[in-house]
Design a protein around this ligand. Structure first.
Ligand code: SAH
Length: 357
């Protein structure tokens, strides 16, 4: 079924191409509150557009973390599906940079309602896959966040596709949304990160087509293929070798220093955090140019089934520090992701529409 946004585009089929661009620009104009207010459009077109939602996501629940001001929104879509968007707060609430600029937030957006990848450590996969989001539904998570932050004198400075869903399984809409955001907001290409569990055929496309040169993060989680397959059932045989080739080609295409590839590594006690896994990660990473390794402490996901395979322990912080130091000594840039919003289940892997009733 065509999305509502697709229908909007079809309604413009006989209009000049710039009409759609005018409409998209108006979405981001804080002084315009509906299609009827877009003064650059002919009156007849404004009336025809009244049938379409100005905002395709509606707040169902907004949770605010007492720990760090992270906000998690459960958003309802036009067809009754739900997604989550996280506005990541900071421990210090009033931060201005050297230039006196406003508070800057990172938003974590969803690309699908639910997710078909079924990574065993992630809550989103457990609720199954509902559908792809339209480009407008993706863009509207940014607009929704801006509406929340603007009255606070704050703004969205970074956006990561690390909410619900696998962005590469909704490639065309993620691409279109990214282009709309780049054209109409002050987000630059290095301020948007697409995170993927790895879909080789689509990763190939990224290297050759017109996907904007944003940043990429690969959810690696194991550099030993057998154990990766166990925790990420979507892993295609030969993925690690593919990844090495992909990363090398990527850096020929995007040689800029700002285009490093992020490797995400969630640390699961006794599963992927032993010495063999560390050495395998180092060996793999040595073959990939310009990467950064992000170690992620595991965030527990509630209502885990009583099935030993899917209950994980968090790797001790000493061991995470040891991995971090070893990676740094081996010459890699490595960070540890300190999770935010855990008290409202807004941290990585915890997005599963909990506030939904
Ligand atoms: N499907 C894409 C986008 C979702 S990103 C991808 O997999 O990259 C979700 C991020 O949260 C990934 O880095 C993932 O590894 C991480 N994550 C998932 N479950 C987690 C958990 N329980 N604790 C910590 N991080 C988790």
């Amino acid at each position: 079924m065509a999305s509502v946004y697709q229908q909007l585009k079809e309604a413009l089929a006989h209009e000049p191409a710039f009409r759609l661009r005018q409409i998209q620009a108006a979405w981001f104009d804080e002084h315009v509150h509906g299609y009827s207010e877009i003064s650059t459009l002919p009156v007849g077109l404004r009336e025809a557009l009244a049938a379409f939602p100005w905002m395709s996501v509606v707040t169902h629940t907004l949770l605010i973390s007492k720990q760090d001001n992270t906000r998690k929104a459960l958003l309802k879509l036009g067809d009754g599906q739900y997604i989550e968007t996280v506005i990541m707060g900071r421990r210090s609430l009033k931060v201005t940079d050297a230039t006196g600029a406003l508070d800057r937030y990172t938003i974590c957006v969803s690309s699908q309602a639910g997710c078909p990848m079924r990574c065993v450590f992630c809550a989103t996969g457990k609720q199954g896959f509902k559908r792809n989001l339209s480009a407008q539904e993706i863009v509207d998570q940014y607009r929704f966040s801006t509406d929340i932050l603007r009255p606070e004198g704050a703004r969205v400075a970074n956006m990561v596709f690390m909410g619900q869903g696998e962005p590469l399984l909704n490639y065309q809409n993620v691409k279109e949304a990214t282009k709309i955001l780049l054209a109409n907001t002050d987000l630059g290409e290095t301020k948007i990160t697409v995170s993927t569990a790895g879909v080789p055929s689509v990763m190939e496309q990224v290297l050759t087509d017109d996907f904007p040169p944003v940043r990429w993060a690969i959810s690696l989680h194991s550099a030993i293929e057998e154990s990766r397959k166990e925790i990420m059932p979507s892993n295609k045989p030969g993925f690690l070798e593919f990844l090495v080739k992909w990363a090398n080609t990527y850096h020929v295409r995007f040689p800029s220093r700002t285009h490093f590839i992020g490797l995400e590594y969630i640390m699961l006690g006794g599963v992927n955090d032993d010495e063999a896994h560390l050495q395998a990660l180092i060996a793999l990473a040595r073959r990939m140019p310009h990467i950064r390794i992000n170690l992620i402490p595991y965030n527990s996901i509630s209502d885990e089934p009583v099935d030993n395979k899917t209950i994980f322990a968090r790797t001790s912080s000493e061991r995470i520090e040891y991995w971090h130091a070893t990676l740094m000594n081996a010459g890699f840039t490595s960070t540890i992701r300190y999770s935010q919003g855990q008290d409202i289940a807004a941290a990585c892997g915890q997005l599963k529409n909990t506030a939904q009733v």
